[in-house]
Design a protein around this ligand. Structure first.
Ligand SMILES: Cc1cc2nc3c(=O)[nH]c(=O)nc-3n(C[C@H](O)[C@H](O)[C@H](O)COP(=O)(O)OP(=O)(O)OC[C@H]3O[C@@H](n4cnc5c(N)ncnc54)[C@H](O)[C@@H]3O)c2cc1C
Length: 466
């Protein structure tokens, strides 16, 4: 289903695109196109003949129609913060940038919902929700740039999945242009709506391969009156995992459970140049956040004191309830991607393990990387409440997949998923068949053929070639 982006076809497409969106929204200058063609990590770098920036759903539909006519492949792009090479034109595709679709509607306070354009950054939705005394259920480090459309397309997870679920759980309906050029729109926000296939949910996690999301109806959640953030130091990763499970079980309103392996956090603290709020010598750290109508600190403290049955001691505790202090603790967790990137090109492997496998997996991956790539840097952290570990390896060349293969082999062997929340993109598509059965992949291909019969939407992402 790979579409050849022949030069003459692209030229004719670009001329049509300019009449649809206006000359100034079709970028062809190499310097202007360049920033759309490389991802946040710098590992995934392509080229593109043009970036097209439609300003409405009708314009997106017309652009998809033109792409079909000229058989030109499109890569939908939002904030370009994706980490698996799925939003950049690695095979010379035209970039369909959705950032102009950035309108955020008024909050429907009665329903606790809002409609947002696909190009709206997450932070804009968060601000709109906060102004109405509500919150958005998904939060992640790239909040200032990542867009609602990209987050739907990747089924983004982030920091609060343990409480509110992934992006999938926030989406009540979408407006989208399918690969056929047809517009589907269901933005009424009906919580119960059993009228056949749920196209919005099908588009969640479809990585721009089935349709271009142009808007979404989103669920909002209560904004908690009190939030307590705590950094807990533990003697082992296994202790941190057990403590996380214990806290989730006994503390109501837990909204974040983040693991940081000791050596990784030490690197982040060096990078940020900050001090240590707890002991610097622990093997693992757990960042926990609890919320409530009343101050959750006493309940959280009692639960930490009691600890899980048979669990190791907590070696240090730092607690924060005021925003600036909480932000200082969060900076330690959110500094991880930046600290890794500062070391060089990062091999980012975002995986989920059965919870019981998280600690053994961290030990195994550390041993394998140390043995095979002794000069490499390894940062291990993640959303441990979801069994989600981010493996970051810096050292092996970006175009050498050996370390990716070694890590994913361990994941498959431990019964995990090769992608927790970042998606398959270009980075992991050769691995899809190791995680999904032939029948599942065949069903995905059938859906792709039905909704994108000419294979013009992100044809080089997610599904393996063939
Ligand atoms: C510092 C940092 C922290 C991060 N933390 C997290 C985290 O905690 N959890 C997490 O899940 N992710 C995280 N990410 C990854 C990234 O932010 C998410 O994958 C996010 O959902 C991507 O949104 P985007 O708008 O940047 O999408 P892009 O990168 O532009 O695109 C991502 C994918 O979505 C498709 N796409 C984009 N827009 C549309 C659209 N309108 N319609 C159809 N397809 C579209 C693209 O084709 C591509 O396949 C992080 C990234 C960074 C840089």
């Amino acid at each position: 289903m790979e579409v050849p982006t022949a030069a003459a076809a692209v030229e004719a497409f670009v001329a049509d695109a300019a009449t649809i969106v206006g000359d100034r929204h079709v970028l062809v200058d190499e310097d202007l196109v360049a920033s759309y063609a490389v991802d946040w990590t710098g590992r995934w770098r392509g080229t593109s003949p043009a970036v097209v920036r439609p300003g409405s759903t009708a314009e997106v539909a017309a652009i998809v129609g033109a792409a079909r006519r000229h058989r030109v492949a499109l890569v939908p792009q939002g904030g370009n913060t994706g980490l698996v090479g799925g939003g950049v034109p690695l095979a010379g595709e035209v970039v369909l940038s959705c950032t102009r679709l950035d309108e955020v509607g008024e909050v429907d306070e009665l329903a606790a919902q809002v409609t947002a354009g696909a190009g709206a950054p997450l932070a804009a939705v968060q601000h709109r929700a906060a102004a109405a005394g509500l919150a958005f259920g998904v939060d992640l480090g790239a909040r200032g740039v990542a867009t609602i459309g990209g987050m739907i397309a990747t089924n983004a997870g982030g920091l609060h999945v343990v409480r509110h679920g992934t992006m999938r759980a926030q989406v009540l309906g979408v407006e989208a242009v399918l690969g056929t050029g047809d517009v589907v729109s269901r933005l009424r926000g009906l919580v119960k709506d059993n009228t056949g296939y749920d196209l919005a949910q099908l588009l969640c996690g479809s990585e721009g391969t089935l349709g271009v999301v142009t808007a979404a109806r989103l669920r909002l959640v209560p904004d908690p009156a009190h939030v307590t953030t705590a950094l807990l130091a533990t003697a082992t990763v296994a202790d941190a995992v057990a403590l996380a499970a214990h806290l989730r079980a006994v503390v109501p309103g837990i909204q974040a459970l983040e693991l940081m392996v000791g050596d990784s956090l030490r690197r982040v603290v060096d990078h940020l140049g900050t001090g240590w709020p707890v002991t610097a010598d622990a093997d693992a750290y757990l960042l926990v956040e609890a919320t409530g109508a009343d101050d959750p600190t006493p309940t959280l403290a009692a639960a930490v004191d009691a600890g899980p049955a048979g669990g190791g001691p907590v070696l240090g505790v730092a607690v924060a309830t005021e925003r600036p202090d909480r932000d200082r603790l969060w900076a330690l967790r959110e500094g991880h991607p930046e600290a890794a990137a500062a070391l060089g090109i990062v091999h980012k492997l975002d995986v989920t393990l059965p919870v019981a496998e998280v600690a053994p997996f961290c030990a195994r991956v550390t041993a394998v990387v140390a043995e095979r790539w002794p000069d490499a840097h390894l940062l291990l952290y993640g959303h441990v409440g979801d069994g989600n570990v981010h493996v970051n390896v810096v050292g092996p060349p970006g175009d050498d997949p050996a370390v990716d293969d070694a890590v994913l082999e361990l994941v498959v062997g431990a019964g995990g998923s090769i992608s927790a929340e970042h998606g398959i993109g270009r980075a992991k598509r050769a691995w899809l068949t190791r995680d999904r059965s032939p029948a599942e992949v065949a069903a995905m291909r059938a859906i792709k053929r039905a909704l994108d019969p000419d294979g013009i939407l992100n044809p080089n992402a997610l599904l393996p070639p063939g």
